[in-house]
Write a protein of this length. Structure first.
Length: 102
């Protein structure tokens, strides 16, 4: 898995993920997200999953962490362009704060 972090002037940080989003690659992105949260400059997070084929429970836990952060700011957690298989995994986790963008 690889990822790209893009910060916008409005305080949105988007993480574009490429590859399988699993526990084997979680530490780096989690560390970056924790830094973003600690900075106090991030209004909310978004994820671009257009190139993600699979996510596991570790990735779900990261979505929960960022979703709770966004919820505290009054924002949903947007996931852009998820493939059907990824959307089913997220939906099965019943993450009510997630909204999809296509």
């Amino acid at each position: 898995m690889q990822y790209e972090r893009k910060a916008s002037d409005d305080g949105t940080v988007t993480y574009k993920i490429n590859g399988d989003f699993t526990i084997f690659f979680l530490n780096n992105i989690k560390s970056d997200i924790e830094k973003d949260i600690g900075s106090g400059k991030v209004i909310h997070f978004m994820f671009d999953f257009a190139e993600v084929n699979y996510i596991d429970s570790a990735a779900i836990s990261l979505l929960i962490m960022t979703g709770k952060y966004n919820d505290g700011k009054g924002k949903p957690l947007f996931i852009k362009k998820p493939k059907d298989v990824v959307k089913r995994i997220v939906d099965n986790a019943e993450l009510t704060f997630v909204e999809y963008q296509y």
